[in-house]
Design a protein around this ligand. Structure first.
Ligand SMILES: NC(=O)c1ccc[n+]([C@@H]2O[C@H](COP(=O)([O-])OP(=O)(O)OC[C@H]3O[C@@H](n4cnc5c(N)ncnc54)[C@H](OP(=O)(O)O)[C@@H]3O)[C@@H](O)[C@H]2O)c1
Length: 329
C-alpha cells in the first residue's frame, strides 16, 4: 500500500454515487453513526451490520440492516455481498484483533475497499513505522493489539484507507455536569483533537470516491489543544468561567458512568497518556484532513458553542445523581 501523498491533490469534484451499498460496522456507536449520517446526507445507499434490530432503531429508515456480529464470519459475508466499499472501526473488545481479522479477510475475499478509522503508527517507511509502534506500545501497552490490527488493515489487499483521528471533541460531553459546574476534569497535555462529524465526513469521501489514494490520513482539527485551551473554549461557549482541573478520580468515575466496562477502561488508560503528551498538529496532517473533507476541519471553539446552545435548550439537568469524588479530593 502506498502512503498517502504528502502534497495531496486539490479536493476532487464529487464523484458519481455508486449504485451498490456501502457497508458500515459500528453504526450504533460514536464513529459509525457519523459515517452513516454523512453517507445518507450524500444520498448513498448504506447497509449496516448490527447486533440486533433494537441497536439500529435510531438509524434512518432507508438504511439496510443485516443482523449479526463480527464474531460470525457468515454474517459478515452476508453483509459484505455486493457492496461498493466497507467501513470498519474496532470495537472495545478483548478479541478486537480476531474481529478485525474476520472483517479484513471478508473484504479481501470480495475485493472490497476497506476504510478504517483507528489508532495507527503511520510512518513514511517500514523503519519509522516500527519505531513509532515500539514507542507507542511502550507508552500505551494496551494499544498494542490496536496497532497490530491497524497494521493488518494497512497491509491488506483491500486498497485500504486508514484514517487516524486525533482525540475526539465529543469526549468532552462525558463531563457535562462538571463543565456546567465550571470545571474541565479530563487531563489533556497538548494533543490534536477532531470533531467526530469530520471523521464521518472524511470516511464518507474515502468510501464513495475511488480516486482517493490508498494510504494513511491524519484527521485533526485546526490546531492541537491543551486542557487549559479546551476549558477556555467552554468558558466562552457557556458564558461562565470553566477552569482546567485535571482529576483522574473524577475522570475515572465519569467514564465508568458513561460507558461499558471495557470502553471505560480503554478511555481511562488513554487519558492517562493523553494528559502527559505534547503533540503539535503538523501542516501535513491538517492538509490531509482538508483534502478528505474538501474544506478546513471544524474547530473546537465552534463545536463547544454548538453543544452549549443545545444544552441551553435542553431540560436542566439535576445535581449529579451519581457518586463523584469532589474535584478537590
Ligand atoms: N480518538 C478518540 O478520542 C477515541 C475515543 C474513544 C474511542 N476511540 C477509538 O474508537 C474505537 C471505538 O469506536 P467508537 O467510539 O465508535 O465505539 P463505540 O461508540 O463504543 O461503538 C462500538 C460499535 O461497535 C459495535 N460492536 C461492538 N462489538 C461488536 C461485535 N462483536 N459485532 C458487531 N458490532 C459490534 C457496537 O454495537 P452495539 O450497539 O451492539 O454495542 C457499536 O455500534 C476504538 O478502537 C477506540 O480506540 C478513539
Amino acid at each position: 500500500m502506498k502512503t498517502a501523498p504528502h502534497q495531496p491533490p486539490a479536493s476532487a469534484p464529487s464523484p458519481v454515487l455508486p449504485s451498490r451499498p456501502i457497508l458500515v460496522v459500528g453504526a450504533s456507536g460514536a464513529i459509525g453513526s457519523q459515517v452513516v449520517r454523512a453517507l445518507v446526507a450524500r444520498g448513498a445507499r448504506v447497509r449496516v451490520l448490527i447486533r440486533s434490530l433494537e441497536r439500529g432503531a435510531d438509524l434512518p429508515p432507508q438504511v439496510e440492516r443485516v443482523v449479526g456480529t463480527l464474531e460470525d464470519c457468515q454474517a459478515i459475508a452476508r453483509a459484505m455481498r455486493g457492496v461498493h466499499a466497507a467501513f470498519y472501526v474496532s470495537p472495545h473488545d478483548e478479541r478486537e484483533e480476531q474481529l478485525a481479522e474476520n472483517f479484513v479477510r471478508a473484504c479481501e475475499l470480495e475485493g472490497v475497499r476497506l476504510v478504517f478509522s483507528g489508532v495507527h503508527a503511520d510512518g513514511k517507511n517500514r523503519l519509522s513505522r516500527l519505531i513509532q509502534r515500539t514507542v507507542f506500545g511502550l507508552l500505551m501497552p494496551h494499544y498494542k493489539p490496536k496497532l497490530r490490527l491497524a497494521e493488518r488493515v494497512r497491509t491488506s489487499r483491500t486498497n485500504p484507507v486508514v484514517l487516524v483521528p486525533g482525540n475526539y471533541f465529543q469526549m468532552d460531553e462525558v463531563s457535562r455536569e462538571e463543565l456546567l459546574a465550571g470545571r474541565y476534569p479530563l487531563p489533556l497535555g497538548l494533543v490534536p483533537r477532531v470533531d467526530t462529524r469530520d471523521v464521518g465526513e472524511a470516511a464518507a469521501r474515502a468510501l464513495l470516491d475511488p480516486s482517493v489514494p490508498s494510504g494513511g490520513y491524519a484527521l485533526v482539527g485546526p490546531e492541537s489543544l491543551s486542557g487549559a485551551q479546551t476549558a477556555a473554549h467552554w468558558s466562552e461557549a457557556l458564558g461562565q468561567l470553566v477552569s482546567y482541573t485535571p482529576d483522574l478520580a473524577v475522570m475515572d468515575a465519569l467514564f465508568s458512568r458513561a460507558y461499558g466496562a471495557r470502553k471505560a477502561l480503554d478511555c481511562q488508560k488513554s487519558y492517562r497518556m493523553v494528559g502527559k503528551v505534547k503533540v503539535r498538529t503538523s501542516p501535513a496532517d491538517l492538509q490531509q484532513t482538508t483534502f478528505l473533507l474538501g474544506r478546513p476541519p471544524r474547530s473546537h471553539a465552534e463545536y463547544a458553542r454548538e453543544v452549549a446552545a443545545l444544552w441551553r435548550g435542553a431540560v436542566p439537568i439535576p445535581a449529579a445523581a451519581y457518586p463523584l469524588p469532589s474535584a478537590a479530593s
